[in-house]
Structure formats: C-alpha cells, structure tokens
Write a new protein. Sequence first.
Length: 189
Amino acid sequence: MNQKLYDLIETNPVIAAVKDMEGLDACCKRDEIKVVFILFGDICNISAIVGQIKESDKVAMVHIDLITGLSSKEVAVDFIRNNTSADGIISTKPALIKRARELSLYTTLRVFVLDSMAFENIEKQMSVARPDIIEILPGLMPKVIRRVCRLVKVPVIAGGLISDKEDVMAALSAGAISVSTTNQKVWLM
C-alpha cells in the first residue's frame, strides 16, 4: 500500500464521496477533507472535476465504473491517467485495478458484500488486483467489516449508508481505517 495515501486516510477517517457538482463544491471548501471519491462525471467533464479537487489540494480518486463514456476495459484507466490529474481510481473490476497499479495510480477495489459468496470472491479479486485499499459496501455491518479485515492484508474502508457518528464509530471500531460517504453532515464530524 502506498504509505502517503494510507497516512492521509488514517489521519482523516471520513472520505468525502461526491455524486454531483453541489457535493463537489461543498467538499472543496472544507480544509479538513483530504481525500475525495468522485462518483459522477463523463468523459467531457471528468478532467475539470478532478482539476477542481486538485486545486483544493486534495487527493482525487475517480470511480472509473461510474464515468459515463468510459468502457470497462483497461484503456479507460489509461484515459484517466493521460487526460486528468487524478491520483487514483476506484473500481469493482480487478483488471482495471491491476492496470491502474501498472500506471502508478492509487487503487481502491470496491466490493459489495451481499452474501457468503462475496467473501470467496474477495480473496480471488485481491489476488488478481492487489489494490492499495478495499472498500466494502454497505458499510453498516461491523461483523462483516471485522471478517473482511481478517481476510485481506490491505486497509479496509466502509462505504454506503453511513449516515451518522454511530455508523462511523462502529465501522472504525470493527477495523475499517476510514469510511466514505456522500452525506455532507458526516463530513463535518
């Protein structure tokens, strides 16, 4: 894992996830926010979105699966690397994470833990992708967070449905290094 990214996340355990321009503007005004997960955009505006985050001196992580106009092929990672100033990507696709690592981008593998088969898939995905971080969703399951933390050898972020301080504390107590949320009230905690 990249030590700089780890240190930033460890000292700032709430990651702002932005899903629209309003959220983007709000997070860029907050000095305490150091890492931003970009969950929206298209091939025409992603460079400007990333640029706004970088101008605010924050780490910009693009959820590449959610960018309209990009394919699910490795060339999409090359596009982000060559056409934006993004620090890294988020993806549910191990092949994209692997390509991002080859291009020296930070990587977050997003995994939806919905059933027992998901645990088996995590091990397979981790061996292929070797991400810097794994983000599990939904983030409201302390027992599941603990189990994933024991299963993987990289830091775990809990995301999805995090809505208050109790949710944040439960995820962190279960072993997550951080939480990601679009809820702006949680950003301010």
